[in-house]
Design a protein around this ligand. Structure first.
Ligand SMILES: Cc1cc2nc3c(=O)[nH]c(=O)nc-3n(C[C@H](O)[C@H](O)[C@H](O)COP(=O)(O)OP(=O)(O)OC[C@H]3O[C@@H](n4cnc5c(N)ncnc54)[C@H](O)[C@@H]3O)c2cc1C
Length: 471
């Protein structure tokens, strides 16, 4: 959120009560859509250089293959799951921010705040115990699952905690029978067991275990991890040199509203869910990509504040979908009834045999399927022509991504002619002068700074009306 706002010229203070960024691998995957959006703000290359490409997911039950989903069919310049420990993602984001001249203020905690009609008054506590009162125009609560901002708003965090514990192991392992570029989900009769590659020889292992009833989920020992892999995973595999062993519980919770006047919620502060599919951090980052260009346009006075009303409906709908999809995947993997397990394995085998199902699965996981089809921001659509308003325009390798640079600009995908050049001249403060090749002859596609279609038409007046209405 901070890197996007700062590059668009919005001054920020970013505070964190923690003394340093995480040193844990936590969210392990950067998905295609997140990489596309990162590419707009300084390039996806540093993340790709630091990460490891996973190209497929295998599903196995009773030692037999149920199916395999390849990521290589994803329509994106990044058709893979980029395995990158969260500690590295945070490091690279912090470096990007530092390059923009902003340093994260650590050991500074937001304790209370009060929202006004035109801003927010807050109290910050520093590490020496000193309190500081500040006033700002906006408050963005990106403060995680236990969000002080969400508590301060008394925003309900509706949902539930799953009745089981999970073990997580970030370990070295020998004997993994699949290519190191592939993840594997084992549907065992005791529960699910998942192996993700992190880098050659290093893996993330996950398994559900019966609820311990203890206040905190137990941390597994390396011996317990080995016993788990011997029972549910591939035979002949040996784990060693643990980097991180942890227990956790799965919550599925979400706020209904992401915007409360001058206060916004994003990331885990707004939604938490099962790690199935590795969507948590990616969805949170995409909340930030969605809000930042809108807020920047409002702060720069190139749009009215009404633009911000679209943030909550757009991102809350995505949050609902991610919550349902992650919940469904978790339920399917943790079925206990043997009849239901047999049925799951049979249906899974049949379904994953269809390439359309494989593609749909990969598109959903990679978050390239995300769209804002019901957004209040959607304008008119050119009949029968895709992408429709709210849908993503697939970035083209080698083409400057829409939304790059230091000004939040819409872009035209259209034929270069007197009409479209006139649009660019008339709306220079919000329209990229670089007109990209048209999606279809004699059609004009107006695309938002986050790469989703705003409207499409064959009539330049329709596009002009849309742009004028933003002001
Ligand atoms: C064990 C585990 C495994 C996970 N695995 C995955 C995975 O495989 N894939 C995936 O996508 N996600 C995974 N996640 C989830 C992922 O880590 C989160 O979705 C992600 O970190 C959320 O980012 P965030 O910035 O919203 O919140 P956080 O990362 O929680 O960051 C919030 C920040 O706010 C700070 N803060 C909190 N309160 C205050 C305050 N009052 N004042 C100032 N600062 C404050 C905190 O110190 C923290 O630095 C996992 C999480 C855990 C714990």
């Amino acid at each position: 959120m901070a890197t996007e706002l700062v590059r668009y010229g919005v001054p920020v203070r970013i505070i964190d009560k923690a003394p340093h960024r995480t040193d844990k691998s936590k969210a392990l995957v950067l998905w295609s859509r997140t990489l596309e959006l990162l590419d707009r703000g300084g390039g996806a290359a540093p993340f790709i250089d630091a990460g490891y490409k996973a190209l497929a997911v295998n599903f196995i039950a009773s030692d037999k293959s149920v199916g395999r989903v390849s990521m290589e069919t994803i329509q994106s310049p990044y058709p893979y799951a980029l395995m990158l420990p969260q500690s590295e993602t945070e490091r690279l984001l912090e470096e990007r921010l530092r390059g923009l001249g902003v340093v994260v203020e650590r050991q500074v905690e937001l304790t209370t705040f009060k929202a006004r009609g035109d801003g927010v008054d807050a109290v910050l506590k520093h590490s020496d115990g000193k309190e500081e009162s500040i006033s700002s125009d906006w408050l963005l609560g990106c403060d995680g699952a236990h969000s002080a901002v969400r508590h301060g708003l008394a925003a309900p965090f509706a949902g539930e905690t799953m009745n089981c514990d999970w073990m997580l192991a970030d370990v070295h392992m020998k004997g993994y029978p699949c290519p190191d570029s592939e993840a594997t989900v084992y549907w065992h009769r005791d529960g699910v067991f998942v192996i993700f590659p992190i880098s050659p020889g290093r893996y993330r292992l996950l398994a559900d275990i019966p609820a311990s009833g203890a206040p905190l989920p137990p941390t597994p020992t390396l011996e317990q991890v080995q016993a788990m892999i011997d029972r549910r995973g591939p035979s002949g595999t040996k784990v060693s040199d643990p980097i991180w062993l942890a227990g956790f519980r799965v919550n599925g919770r979400k706020v209904a509203n992401y915007r409360w006047g001058r206060v916004f919620l994003a990331g885990d502060a707004a939604h938490v869910h099962s790690p199935a599919g590795g969507q948590g951090m990616n969805t949170g980052m995409q909340d930030a990509f969605n809000l930042s260009w809108k807020l920047a346009m409002v702060v720069r006075k190139t749009s009215s504040e009404r633009l911000l009303d679209s943030y909550s409906p757009e991102r809350s709908a995505v949050g609902d979908e991610v919550l349902h999809a992650a919940g469904r995947l978790t339920t399917i993997g943790t079925l206990r009834n043997p009849v239901a397990q047999t049925l799951r394995n049979l249906v899974g085998h049949v379904m994953l045999g269809f390439s359309t199902v494989q593609h749909a699965f990969a598109d959903t996981m990679s978050e390239t399927a995300i769209h804002y089809s019901s957004s209040p921001l959607n304008g008119p659509a050119l009949k029968g022509a895709r992408p429709s308003p709210g849908e993503r325009v697939v970035p083209v390798e080698g083409q400057t991504p829409v939304g790059s640079g230091n000004t939040p600009l819409f872009a035209l995908f259209a034929d270069k002619n007197a009409d479209t050049l006139n649009l660019v001249n008339t709306f220079g403060s919000i329209l990229d002068p670089d007109i990209r090749p048209s999606v279809r002859a004699s059609g004009i596609w107006l695309v938002r700074p986050d790469g989703y279609v705003a409207c499409s038409s064959s009539d330049p007046i329709t596009v002009a009306d849309y742009l004028r209405a933003l002001g």
